[in-house]
Design a protein around this ligand. Structure first.
Ligand code: ZN
Ligand code: ZN
Length: 111
């Protein structure tokens, strides 16, 4: 008599472990570090120094600084603040506050 585990018979339709992996066509992977992120035009920047990904130039710039030796270096994104708020890690990308005042004003002007 076969001693089959009862769990083998239980299958949830449509759900498989691989469904958790994003297959977005905008997904970009950096071969050097193997990290993937969603590329949004030229807004998204992957740092070749610390291999973190940032949304927006202001956020990217905020994590770069000049160290005591006068060299450009990277901060830990978790310690970086933009507009007085900590960066947020969303889908593999560091983001600043949802909409800075300057961005709001620019959109108002463009409308
Ligand atoms: Zn960096
Ligand atoms: Zn990288």
């Amino acid at each position: 008599m076969d001693d089959q585990a009862p769990e083998d018979g239980v299958k949830v339709a449509g759900i498989s472990p691989t469904s958790a992996v994003r297959t977005d066509s905008r997904l970009t992977t950096h071969g050097q570090c193997g990290k993937s992120w969603i590329q949004r035009g030229n807004r998204t920047g992957h740092c070749s120094g610390c291999h973190e990904t940032f949304e927006g130039l202001a956020v990217f710039d905020a994590h770069r600084y000049t160290n005591d030796a006068g060299q450009r270096a990277c901060r830990n994104p978790a310690d970086v603040k933009v507009g007085g708020e900590h960066l947020e890690m969303v889908e593999g990308t560091w983001r600043g506050p949802r909409m800075p005042e300057s961005e709001k004003e620019r959109r108002r002007a463009a409308a």
